[in-house]
Design a protein around this ligand. Structure first.
Ligand code: NAD
Length: 306
């Protein structure tokens, strides 16, 4: 089976590639390296350095993938608020471009990286897939629009799909520049001996999922979860202060937080139910926060720039 992974040089995409290779898929990566890194790509895959806004006929005609796993995106919420047009181009137009190529070249399944951002402020916790969708950012809106296009392509042209809405993903190869996840930022600050920047009182909670579990969910979706929209999360809430405590045990007991004003628009608590994904994908997260943090720290220590 041949899988084409967009964004396969990025944080999550590169782990999906590794998991696909473990399961003997042939893998093609489409990535323009705008935020991804060539060293993330296994030398066992073919990499096309293309922009997904361009015509994709050449690649699809040559490679004829069975499955497309779409991870490439404009991933910054704050950037989307300043550049909604660019965000729509990258997250909606690019998805439609890919969907057209999938229909034209007979792709069997489309797997899409969506986000908890589609839900907006939670009305209740945990958030199930039937929770109202009301994005608070252009990023959440573009992900929601992309989801709707996928469903319309499925209804109109019969394209099979699974949409995966990720909670907060952390792990090896996460960027520490730009709008990085809080785990990557904290580890980076701790290893540099800097204070950890906490916005608000640190009692806000997040649902952190390790990147290898997200990769496994994507590969499970190659076989299961047809025409489903599923949350991919750990299903547990961790406060920022609890996260700091976990890092404190693993990095340094001299680490200290520095508290700043709460950022406008930050959601206080976020927790996604993963019951549907467990049922439909025959998947469950296998790394505890402690396991994942230890692996991430080891990776960051060995890749630290001095
Ligand atoms: P990332 O920035 O590490 O990876 C994105 C990859 O896509 C990069 O390698 C980049 O070079 C490539 N890319 C971007 N635009 C492209 C284009 N026009 N043409 C070709 N390649 C392009 O981001 P990530 O954190 O790995 O995110 C992967 C997906 O998961 C995204 O769709 C993101 O919205 C979604 N997501 C991430 C999180 C998280 O916590 N990281 C949470 C929810 C959803």
């Amino acid at each position: 089976m041949k899988a084409l992974v967009t964004g396969g040089a990025g944080f999550i995409g590169s782990h999906i590639v590794d998991e696909l290779l473990l399961q003997n898929f042939d893998v093609i990566v489409l990535d323009n390296l705008s935020t991804g890194r060539v060293e993330n790509i296994s030398d066992r895959v073919i990499h096309y350095n293309v922009d997904l806004k361009d015509k994709l006929d050449l690649v699809f005609a040559k490679e004829r993938p069975d499955i497309v796993i779409h991870q490439a995106a404009q991933v910054s919420v704050s950037y989307s608020m300043k550049n909604p047009g660019f965000d729509a181009e990258e997250n909606i137009k690019v998805t439609v471009n890919l969907l057209e190529a999938c229909v034209k070249y007979g792709v069997k399944k489309f797997i899409f990286a969506s986000s908890a951002a589609v839900y907006g402020a939670p009305e209740y916790l945990p958030i199930g897939e039937d929770h109202p969708v009301d994005p608070l950012s252009f990023y959440g809106l573009s992900k929601r629009n992309a989801e709707t296009y996928i469903q319309m392509f499925s209804n109109t042209f019969g394209l099979n799909y699974t949409i995966l809405r990720y909670s907060n993903v952390y792990g090896m190869r996460q960027n520490t520049k730009g709008e990085a996840g809080v785990v990557a930022l904290f580890i980076d600050q701790a290893l540099r001996g800097e204070a950890l920047s906490v916005f608000g009182d640190g009692l806000q909670t997040r649902d952190f999922i390790f990147v290898k579990d997200v990769a496994k969910a994507n590969v499970a979706a190659c076989h299961y979860g047809d025409r489903k929209t599923l949350n991919i999360s750990q299903g547990t809430k961790t406060s920022i202060l609890e996260l700091i405590e976990e890092l404190y045990f693993n990095i340094s007991d001299s680490m200290s937080p520095s508290f700043h004003d709460e950022r406008p628009g930050d959601i206080r608590h976020s927790l996604l139910s993963n019951q549907e994904a467990k049922h439909w994908l025959d998947w469950e997260p296998s790394y505890t926060l402690s396991d994942g943090i230890q692996l991430t720290i080891k990776y960051c220590q060995s890749h630290q720039v001095h």
